[in-house]
Design a protein around this ligand. Structure first.
Ligand SMILES: Nc1ncnc2c1ncn2[C@@H]1O[C@H](COP(=O)(O)OP(=O)(O)O)[C@@H](O)[C@H]1O
Ligand SMILES: [Mg+2]
Length: 233
């Protein structure tokens, strides 16, 4: 499939830019380009720090890309229950207006079905919590996990598909590093998630925050990670 032309900018996350592809009810996602680091107004220490942060970010996203490709090409792993319909395209050539400037991107991209992407403010009483556990258990069995607290505990970066299924929309935290996955399960990260949810959840859902985190934590913990990691199906 060849995808080229002009598309409307939809959103930019920490790692990806999403363009709208209304005719296919999909989005085109690719790594955010890195503009030049501004040295102005910044001391060299900040510049260096920013430089390393950025290098780390790019490395993580590239790793996640490799993991998704492995899952995508695998004959034994079925990614259909985990993610919204997503296709890898090796080369797109797209232009779009972002922050007042016309940009062009040429390179690999994901074409992903348009979904309702969840944030920290997505009401906890509006979706089935089980998918967040089931998808991660499934991935763990294949030696893949999530390396970001938001994704591990949800609901940020998860989504609701048109078929009303809860899936993981954001692919940038996929990792095969079990230690990194395990770290996201600890109580400090859970506590951080709790604070975020307390900040953003609607008032009527505040009472669900603790039961929600307890439920997720009951099934996603070190013990179940050790039990399921690379266990196969
Ligand atoms: N399938 C999708 N349908 C609709 N919007 C999407 C989709 N995927 C991503 N987006 C939008 O693009 C943003 C960034 O994409 P995401 O996959 O979360 O990457 P990042 O790792 O940069 O957060 C999301 O927060 C959301 O606003
Ligand atoms: Mg995201």
């Amino acid at each position: 499939m060849k995808i080229s032309g002009e598309f409307n900018f939809l959103a930019a996350g920490r790692y990806f830019i999403a363009l709208d592809m209304p005719q296919r009810e999909s989005v085109i996602k690719f790594l955010r380009p890195d503009g030049p680091l501004t040295v102005r107004q910044k001391g060299w220490q900040e510049w260096l720090l920013e430089h390393f942060r950025r290098a780390k970010r790019i490395k993580k996203a590239a790793m996640a890309g490799r993991v998704f490709r492995m899952l995508y090409q695998s004959e034994t792993i079925d990614i259909f229950p985990c993610f919204p319909e997503t296709e890898i395209v090796d080369e797109v050539d797209v232009s779009f207006v972002w922050e007042g400037q016309t940009n062009r991107y040429q390179g690999p991209a994901y074409i992903q079905r348009r979904v309702e992407v969840f944030g920290n403010d997505t009401p906890l009483d509006s979706f089935n919590w089980d998918a967040i556990i089931e998808v991660q258990h499934y991935l763990w069995r294949s030696g893949v996990g999530l390396g970001s607290g938001a994704e591990t505990w949800g609901p940020k970066n998860w989504c609701r598909t048109k078929q009303d299924k809860v899936r993981l929309a954001d692919l940038s935290s996929l990792t095969q590093d079990k230690k990194r996955v395990g770290k996201r399960l600890n109580s400090a990260i859970r506590q951080k998630r709790r604070q975020q949810l307390e900040r953003f959840q609607p008032v009527r859902c505040r009472e669900h925050i603790d039961p929600y985190l307890a439920y997720i934590g009951e099934y996603l913990n070190r013990e179940s990670l050790n039990q399921l990691w690379r266990a196969g199906f």
